[in-house]
Write a protein of this length. Structure first.
Length: 486
């Protein structure tokens, strides 16, 4: 009978109920026979008592045996209590209760077994009470399940936090027994099962990190980071691994920053400004607001400015050496755009501009020396030569131009003979000399230069001729007359 209460199979419960029914009918028959005996046989065997004796014995006779109807009712209530117990036992909320509440469960089963024993011996009231007590015990388990679930889950997390792994695994398994789809139970159990591996990886990372503190090498820190990363791969929510990884990354970042800054400073001191700039950019990406970065940036800007100024100064000097004064002036202007207070650039630009102007003036006269035949251009050329008598020895191009102009000025005052022949009908004139009139032939003595000779005659088209007289050309003959009728 006790085993029938502990089993959830319907066939066992049915067999037990059939046996109880048979026993109840047997007992009912015995009660009926005894009742007949009491009513028929017993009066003939017992003498009639005195009235006072009847009065004294009347009351006890009523409690000798319960009525058959009362026995049936109690029996029925006991059966109903048993059915209630079995239905409660089948509740889904009590699934796995023999695991997560083994002691309380065993007490309820013992109470139910006692009810079976009472029922089997016809003690229906005691059986009814036992079944009701067993149901109350199961109901208490069912009602206390949420709190027990919460407490068991909390004990699992506490055990896991203290790294008491077996206790944590047991607690999470109980949680999943109570609720297989619990959203915290499954990850908790998974984390508990890998905690030993996680702790081993944490120890490896800690040892590598300790070695790095002594050697200050990236290799040890990298090994530590790999170990912590492996631990986080097993348990991404493990806080010590997260903190350790953050610390190692900070150390790696710090070493990378130190390497970048050291490289930037070395290149800066060595004049390798491009490499210094690249290294500084790497440092800025790590710690852009670091005071060392900002100071090195200022130093790099000054170094680049100084280097650019020196480069432009060298370029300007080379252009001056080549007497390319336009290029030299451009270099000085660029230098002044970097540092408007650079004295060498200011003085250099002024000197270059003077030289550009001087060369332009010399080139103006040398391009056409014939204009020196006029008094004003000749006088201006003389003044130009007078103001530039001292030519620097390192400017051969300028010296050559001055010599050429001096030679042109000297030759410009040496007269050249010009013989003009005509037909006595043509009016002849020479620009800047005067009208010569009609003649057959006329001889003029003129300074070297370019002259324009014109002829005019009524009824004929005017003629115009340009002649250049050169000092070395000797006597020059020009024939002019109007020949084309209008």
């Amino acid at each position: 009978p006790a085993s029938a209460a502990t089993s959830t199979q319907g066939s066992d419960d049915s067999k037990r109920m059939q046996g109880l029914y048979r026993m109840v009918w047997v007992l009912f028959g015995l009660v009926l026979v005894l009742t007949v005996a009491v009513l028929v046989v017993l009066p003939s065997m017992v003498s009639v008592p005195k009235p006072d004796q009847q009065a004294s014995n009347a009351e006890p006779a009523k409690t000798i045996q319960p009525a058959p109807l009362a026995v049936g009712v109690v029996r029925h209530d006991a059966e109903q209590a048993l059915q209630d117990f079995l239905r409660l036992r089948a509740q889904p909320g009590l699934a796995g209760v023999e695991v997560w509440a083994a002691e309380d469960w065993q007490k309820a089963m013992t109470t139910a077994a006692e009810g079976d024993d009472f029922f089997g011996h016809g003690k229906f009231e005691l059986a009814l009470s036992a079944y009701q007590d067993a149901s109350s015990q199961l109901q208490a388990l069912l009602d206390g399940r949420p709190q027990r679930l919460t407490e068991t889950l909390a004990s699992g997390w506490q055990a896991l936090q203290k790294n008491t792994i077996d206790s944590a695994i047991s607690a999470f398994e109980q949680v999943l027994t109570m609720q297989p789809d619990h959203e915290e139970g499954r990850p908790g159990l998974a984390r508990a099962r890998v905690r030993n591996q996680v702790l081993q990886l944490m120890e490896q990372g800690s040892q590598a990190q300790a070695q790095s503190a002594q050697t200050q090498t990236v290799e040890n820190l990298t090994s530590a980071a790999d170990a912590y990363a492996a631990a986080l791969q097993l348990d991404p929510a493990y806080l010590p691994a997260q903190l350790a990884m953050q610390h190692v990354r900070a150390e790696l970042t710090g070493l990378a920053f130190q390497d970048a800054m050291s490289s930037a400073l070395r290149c800066l001191l060595g004049g390798r400004l491009r490499q210094a700039e690249d290294a500084l950019k790497a440092a800025i990406q790590i710690y852009p607001d670091d005071p060392a970065v900002q100071d090195t940036q200022r130093r790099l800007i000054l170094a680049k400015r100084h280097a650019a100024m020196n480069s432009l100064r060298r370029q300007a000097a080379q252009h001056e050496k080549n007497e390319n004064w336009l290029a030299a002036a451009d270099s000085y202007r660029k230098a002044l755009s970097i540092d408007s207070k650079a004295i060498y650039a200011r003085s250099g630009l002024a000197n270059a501009q003077r030289r550009v102007k001087l060369h332009a003036q010399l080139d103006h006269y040398l391009a056409d020396t014939s204009r020196l035949s006029s008094d004003e251009p000749l006088e201006n050329a003389r003044k130009l030569l007078q103001s530039n008598q001292k030519v620097p020895p390192n400017e051969p191009v300028l010296a050559g131009k001055i010599d050429s102009l001096q030679q042109a000025v000297r030759l410009a005052v040496i007269p050249v003979e010009l013989i003009i022949q005509s037909d006595n009908m043509t009016e002849v004139a020479v620009y800047h000399v005067g009208r010569l009139g009609k003649f057959q032939q006329k001889q003029l003595t003129l300074r070297p230069g370019r002259y324009t000779v014109t002829g005019a005659c009524p009824g004929y088209r005017d003629v115009r001729k340009v002649i250049t007289l050169r000092p070395e050309s000797g006597t020059v003959t020009l024939f002019i007359r109007c020949e084309e009728p209008i």
